[in-house]
Design a protein around this ligand. Structure first.
Ligand code: DAH
Length: 327
């Protein structure tokens, strides 16, 4: 009984059980030794040994219950939760400035009836250059050097590639914007990155004129930067549009007087645009005598940097939450 009482864990208790009641246990031995006794002695001896065994068994089971209870209590004590402790703060994510700028641009154009489409980042030379009037050897290729997968497959340098893809499908009229990632073999600095984003726009229908282009982009700029915003078109050259222009908006910081933000100019360049070149329409299977259209391309990062007054593009990619949290 002493042995049982002293057994302080389940394993020791089990050893005690084996020692007393097991095949070679002490009590088992006593029962076995009965055959050496005379017939008269046997019943009384047997009865006493049985009583002893029952007593031992009941003590064993009592001790087991006691141990189990103690174990459960210890576990509960260990798992106590202090409900008065302050909770750990949950970190909520929120949209990146690029995403916010993109959603804003999409909202504006969807409001004007445009469709949002996507095209592949790994693109054929044909769509990225050739069908946009930039044949092999054209000097415009120098400014848009990129990463080549094969001679004819590359990482697209402009979302203009999607223009050719959409026109080729032949479903007219077209009124679409196409946001997406583009790539150039550029070194990283405050205004350059080998990978950035553009939003392309394309409208093709009967009787589309330069006035439509001008009015559309003016409405876009006013929605994006505020109703006071003025726009100005400067002649420019892009191989796939004719005529082509760059659009400047009046500086929304100083209203056009000239400040640090617009580098004293009063104007800020935001995008390139033009009337789709008749040869491009032809190469994409559209009759330029029947249809005309305009296109434009804006840099998403450029919009985000301007809108949120960020002065270094690298900040957009570093994903430092202390910076991103501000927008
Ligand atoms: N793809 C041109 C670039 O990356 C931007 C551009 C200019 C797009 C004029 C156009 C456009 O659609 O009409 O520099």
């Amino acid at each position: 009984m002493e042995l049982v009482r002293n057994a302080e864990d389940a394993q020791v208790l089990n050893e005690v059980r084996v020692q007393l009641l097991g095949k070679k246990g002490e009590i088992t031995q006593l029962l076995k030794s009965m055959k050496e006794l005379s017939a008269e002695e046997r019943p009384a001896f047997g009865q006493r040994v049985n009583e002893l065994r029952e007593a031992v068994e009941s003590r064993l089971s009592e001790q087991r219950t006691k141990l189990e209870r103690a174990q459960r209590e210890a576990k509960l004590r260990e798992e106590t939760i202090d409900v008065t402790l302050p909770p750990r703060r949950i970190q909520y994510g929120h949209p990146h400035p690029n995403t916010k700028a993109l959603e804003e641009v999409e909202r504006i154009f969807i409001g004007m009836g445009y469709e949002v489409v996507e095209g592949p980042e790994v693109e054929f030379d044909k769509y990225n250059f050739e069908k946009l009037n930039i044949p092999a050897g054209h000097p415009a290729r120098d400014e848009q050097d990129t990463f080549y997968i094969t001679e004819n497959i590359l990482l697209r340098t402009q979302t203009s590639s999607v223009q050719a893809r959409v026109m080729e499908q032949g479903r007219l009229p077209i009124r679409m914007i196409c946001p997406g990632r583009v790539f150039r073999s550029d070194a990283v600095d405050a205004t350059h990155s080998p990978s950035f984003h553009q939003i392309e726009g394309l409208v093709i229908d009967r009787h589309v004129t330069f006035a439509d282009l001008k009015g559309t982009l003016d409405a876009f700029a006013k929605e994006l930067f505020g109703p006071e915003t003025k726009t100005k078109l400067r002649p420019h050259h892009f191989p796939f549009t004719e005529p082509s222009a760059e659009v400047d908006v009046s500086c929304f910081k100083c209203g056009g007087k000239g400040c640090r933000f617009c580098k004293g100019e009063g104007w800020i360049e935001i995008l390139g645009c033009g009337m789709v070149h008749p040869h491009v329409l032809e190469m994409c299977g559209i009759n330029p005598k029947e249809y005309s259209g305009f296109a434009f391309g804006v840099g998403l990062e450029r919009i985000a940097l301007l809108k949120y007054e960020i002065d270094d593009m690298r900040l957009l990619y570093e994903n430092d939450t202390r910076f991103l949290e501000q927008f």
